[in-house]
Design a protein around this ligand. Sequence first.
Ligand SMILES: Nc1ncnc2c1ncn2[C@@H]1O[C@H](COP(=O)(O)OP(=O)(O)OP(=O)(O)O)[C@@H](O)[C@H]1O
Ligand SMILES: [Mg+2]
Ligand SMILES: [Zn+2]
Length: 564
Amino acid sequence: MYQVLARKYRPQSFDDVVGQEHVKTTLRNAITQRRIAHGYIFSGQRGTGKTTLARIMARCLNCEKGPTPTPCGVCSSCLEIAAGSATDVIEIDAASNRGINEMRELRENVRYQPSRDRFKIFIIDEAHQITNEAFNALLKTIEEPPSWAVFILCTTESHKIPATILSRCQHFSFRSVDFDELIERMRWICGQEGIEADDEALAVLAQAGEGSVRDSLSALDQAIACAGGRLEAAEVRSLLGSFSIDAFARVAESLEASDGNKMLDLVDELERNGQNLQHFARELSRYFRNLLVARMAGESTRLIAASARERGELAVLAQKFSEEDLTRYLQLALDLYRDLQFSLQPRFHLEVGLLRLVHAGRLESIERALAGLRSEPRSEPKPRAPIAAPSISAAPISAPAPALRRGPSPFELDRLKKAGIREPQAASTAGANALAAAPLISGAEIDWHGQILEGLNALGLTFTADAIAHAEISASGNEVTVKIPNEFKLMTNVTELQQAAQKQQLGPVRFKLIFGEVTSAPVISTPKAPQESELSERALAHPEIQRFREAFGGEVRAVRNLKE
Ligand SMILES: Nc1ncnc2c1ncn2[C@@H]1O[C@H](COP(=O)(O)OP(=O)(O)OP(=O)(O)O)[C@@H](O)[C@H]1O
Ligand SMILES: [Mg+2]
Ligand SMILES: [Zn+2]
């Protein structure tokens, strides 16, 4: 009778098991050092070797030559365990034996010595299915079992195992198996079976397995059944209903060319070929994720589960997009996938989703737009180029001229750093060099508060004026320390202070800004709280807001006073 590959090639020794190095090493050492625990929990993704390693462990413990990390494989214990007929290795499927009665029975059974072998090993599969009550019945046994009992609980959902049980067992989490290791394993099995398979075909199968050896081997079984002794990527793909990277590359190319038409053609083709559109959306998310990773980590990264050829192609395509674009595409693709799952009209949804991607490529990031706004000199408002320039190019983001206004935003700083431009100096220190040669004037007699406020008001710099009205000012020589309440931090602009000082002809001044609580009342009486209409008038007159409106359009609905 035909035996499926997964069973036929179930590893019989630690060395056979792919991946899971952390588990293998620890178990091997435990056996060599005779430090064998009574309770183990093996948890992790399906088909990654939990049951397999539990059986190997049983062999190690019960081999006639053992306990040994390298069981002989020929003694009756080893043979019986491999065949699943060893009386002292008891496998319980908790999915169908989950109740209190079964666990009571088990508890009874544990008390009797092994019939022949050294240990009595209970492998409990799908352990998360055991009811709470039943777990409680087991607690005592797992905590203080007879010396011959070993429990191995296997589960895909360790969070469903009660903490009381977890704390009495050694817990190993199994990882999904690396793409390359999966391919290697399948290549070896194909060799054993006399099957010819090209790398690309194996990559498709490994992708289908998503880190599970069993799932990959099931796909391989299916492929062999269909294609016979020679596996080719295209055939395997159509068999598994998976998409070639070329289909997704077409999406990326349409995006690059901002060509919605091509997208519609693609959807039409998918539907005519009877492809599952939900599945396509899901794989599209994966594709953008891979593009993003390729953009960030380069083509040699092991974070992409794809063949070398595909990784190369991804890396080339990724360079045509910015990280921001790819992140946005990924987000949109994920949204699309989510929407499609509930859609009665998957085709239309997919079309809308793909067109949305095309349009998304044209958006400029808000940070970049803002940075552009800020770096523009305020004196000469000029018509702005439309913001909606396609930003799909991979050209490095041009750094805005270092803005001295209000200090750069974190986004700007980050961008400047990446563009290799040093952080712009705060105006206060930038002016310092120019001041060095200037003679010191005695600042003691000057009414700094009144003068600066007057200057600011004369210049119409109302925001900074507001801040100064609430500030505390002290001067020593030409260094003027301005202490500003925190809530005015955003409104204060050191360049404007300089302008005011110039306007009032106070000579060269170096401003030092401190933010914090202002204790003493300001010298000058604060103007009464502005009325709402006055407030919005002032806000609308602010040059920055004007530029903002020029660029983005829209209307100002409400003006909020941050001080309140
Ligand atoms: N790490 C691995 N190395 C080699 N083969 C593996 C590995 N993991 C799984 N396999 C293959 O997959 C089959 C199933 O593995 P196993 O029963 O150990 O999975 P499992 O983790 O217990 O899965 P489940 O959670 O579904 O019970 C094995 O017979 C073997 O062929
Ligand atoms: Mg299992
Ligand atoms: Zn043996």
